[in-house]
Write a protein that binds this ligand. Structure first.
Ligand SMILES: Cc1ncc(COP(=O)(O)O)c(C=O)c1O
Length: 380
């Protein structure tokens, strides 16, 4: 089955007498055993719940992965992948990742005696010089908010030769556009809050893996740490996934137009979008992904007041997050990446005039008109 059909018809098949076209919502914390010592697939919902398992199976099918794990948030998914790390180990991480991930790395790793290092560009990184205790690399590609592209296949190969595990945060792409496991990654994590759920109504995370031993350890931690996705949110996530491909197609169309609009507007110093030929990662993105996603950032020229611009936008809501049907704008330096120290923000390129857009699926003319009128008001 092709992706679009699988998104609608994949997942578990209900065994009940009444068969709805949707897999049911099992709001039950515990399940009856037939008799003592007779354990069925479902016993207690923290370990396994049918509605959660349905979205785990469905998302794994879409990824082409052996296993999927549904978590209570994208951060819980990342934390689950990081739960494999042992004291004394070291992690390499790309320079601009989601602020929460950075907070975890820069605060929690320290408490757990885990070392880390920021890698500015994994594509040119010399793995020969990596510290011996480095066991793991964490890649977000395209990165948040600067849309840097990492060559997953090339970098995974080099990391694997050094015995390192590769984790990819694939939130911006989803499995519809990019499949990191097929490119050599070991674990894929998602904030499913974003495109998978698609309607800005739930917080959810997904973890994808092929290796049996890694899965066993992750499954154990999912159950014991307990940050599972609730049945209700699993149901909503399944519903969101059914329309993921069509939403994504429209997101991509709109974003390309918004990127070109900004580029031609004369109002920006730089547009950060992998779909533009001038983007440094343009060729790698063609090689490893089916599209460019719907997040783009722009650095407004000094002649434009970025605060007035944000405040004057009518259709782009000023809000953190991304991946919903509605368009959003945010100011990374103060909203999503405020956990990076100011000097680090500047060093990385998260400047005061940088704005990140999550382009929704509204009518493109309305979106462009909104940008046009807000730019006019923001001109000094
Ligand atoms: C790329 C990326 N990864 C992870 C997360 C964390 O996800 P959640 O907010 O669902 O915990 C986010 C949230 O914005 C994100 O953008």
């Amino acid at each position: 089955m092709k992706y679009e059909s699988l998104a609608i018809h994949g997942g578990r098949k209900d065994k009940a007498d009444i068969q709805g076209v949707n897999y049911p919502l099992y709001l039950s914390s515990t399940f009856v055993q037939d008799k003592l010592d007779d354990f069925s697939e479902f016993m207690y919902s923290r370990s396994n719940n049918p509605t959660r398992n349905n979205v785990e199976v469905l998302s794994a099918q879409l990824e082409g992965a052996k296993y999927g794990l549904a978590m209570s948030s994208g951060m819980a998914a990342t934390a689950l992948a990081f739960s494999l790390l042992k004291p004394g180990e070291k992690v390499l991480i790309n320079s601009n990742v989601y602020g929460g991930t950075w907070t975890y790395v820069s605060k929690v790793f320290d408490e757990r005696n885990i070392d880390y290092e920021i890698v500015t560009n994994f594509n040119t990184y010399d793995f020969e010089q990596a510290d011996e205790k480095t066991t793991t690399i964490f890649i977000e590609t395209p990165s948040n908010p600067l849309l840097d592209v990492t060559d997953i296949q090339g970098v995974s190969k080099k990391a694997k030769e050094k015995g390192m595990r590769v984790i990819v945060d694939n939130t911006f792409m989803t499995s519809y556009l990019q499949k990191p496991l097929e490119l050599g990654a070991d674990i894929v994590v998602y904030s499913a809050t974003k495109y998978y759920a698609g309607h800005s109504d739930i917080i959810a995370g997904l973890v994808m893996v092929n290796d049996d031993a890694i899965y066993d350890e992750l499954k154990f931690h999912q159950k014991i740490l307990g940050a599972i996705l609730s049945p209700f949110d699993s149901f909503l996530l399944t519903r969101g996934i059914k329309t993921l491909p069509v939403r994504m197609d429209r997101h991509l169309e709109n974003t390309m137009q918004v990127a070109h609009y900004f580029q031609d507007s004369g109002a920006v110093e730089k547009v950060y979008y992998t779909g533009l030929k001038i983007h440094e990662g343009y060729e790698i993105q063609r090689k490893q992904a089916k599209g460019d996603g719907a997040v783009l950032s722009v650095a407004l020229k000094k002649e434009y007041d970025y605060a007035i611009f944000c405040n004057e936008l009518k259709l782009f809501d000023l809000a953190v997050s991304l991946g919903g049907v509605e368009s959003l704008v945010c100011h990374p330096a103060s909203m999503t990446h405020e956990s990076y120290a100011k000097e680090l923000q500047e060093q990385i390129g998260i400047t005061e005039n940088l704005l990140r857009f999550s382009v929704g699926i509204e009518n493109i003319d309305d979106l462009l008109m909104d940008i046009q009128q807000a730019l006019k008001k923001a001109k000094k």
